[in-house]
Design a protein around this ligand. Sequence first.
Ligand code: SAM
Length: 190
Amino acid sequence: MHKFDPANIELLIGEERYKGMDPLEFLRSNGLIQGMYIADVGCGPGFFTLPASEIVGESGKVYAVDSQENMLKALKRRKPTGNTTIVQSDESHIPIEDGSCDMVLLAFVLHEAEEKLVFLNELKRLLRPEGRLILLDWEKKIEEKGPSFEERIEKAEAVRLIERAGLEIEETGNINPSHYKIAVRKKQEA
Ligand code: SAM
């Protein structure tokens, strides 16, 4: 699948983006608190990484994960604080230990993943038993901004894949007309 071009990072951390969404408020309202361990998978130049690091503080940890080295270089230039560990991943392998995260954030990444089911299983592996995955992606429609129609993944298809990966849907909805959100947790043992 087509990967976001690092030459266009201004679209990810430019003023316009912040006008449309406050990442600090988004993360807080989705349950991120001080002391948590979060993996921001497909972090890009860190729109969510930097605010996540502010929220979790010194007692928490942020894994900033991306498969593109140039994205991680751009993030480093923004000087993330000491609670942030930068992790270069392969397409479907993330070098982080099993069960190390309270939250995995996957913001506008699933549509770029080559092997979506394998990728979702890899994210499941990172979660603690009570951990949650928060996924954002583009509604499958033709729009001026964002990825092409063909590249987008329909919300219902994302839900199907998440369930096939053995995860449980907690909530689905939209944060605006272009972007859907799916909140996911690990299946609780009976
Ligand atoms: N999450 C960031 C944000 O919302 O600003 C960046 C979103 S950008 C559209 C998608 C990012 O996902 C890119 O930085 C890309 O390199 C990364 N990515 C795509 N496929 C990936 C994969 N399989 N594993 C890790 N990162 C991936």
